[in-house]
Design a binder for this molecule. Structure first.
Ligand code: FES
Length: 116
């Protein structure tokens, strides 16, 4: 039908989910490693760069993504690319390189064997 997007055209081009979960010490968790600040910073940058909105990028909160040993973690879909970040510069690089230009930031990739 005219004007309707097909299932092959997703509403958002890319989604980044930030785990904001908190777990009791001594368990590793994202909330204990600046996840909330990183999420807020990412949302701000995506908006500033004009990347936010339908057909573009969505920054979402998430509960535990079950890979807590790599905390703090975030995942980009539909690419299925997982990151472990440290500071705002890391977030800026993910936004600029991956969310904007589709280039994976290799240096921040979460190793495949990192789990809960
Ligand atoms: S607490 Fe973040 S992945 Fe589990």
């Amino acid at each position: 039908m005219a004007g309707m997007s097909s299932p092959a055209q997703p509403y958002f081009q890319r989604h980044i989910f930030f785990c904001l979960n908190e777990r009791a010490a001594p368990q590793a968790c994202c909330a204990g490693h600046g996840a909330q600040e990183a999420f807020a910073h990412c949302k701000k940058r995506v908006k500033e760069l004009g990347l936010a909105g339908p057909g573009k990028v969505r920054v979402n909160k998430a509960g535990c993504l079950d890979r807590c040993q790599g905390a703090p973690v975030a995942v980009v879909y539909p690419d299925g690319v997982w990151y472990s970040y440290v500071d705002h510069e890391d977030i800026d690089e993910i936004v600029e390189s991956h969310l904007k230009n589709g280039q994976v930031v290799e240096r921040l990739l979460l190793p495949a064997d990192v789990g809960r």
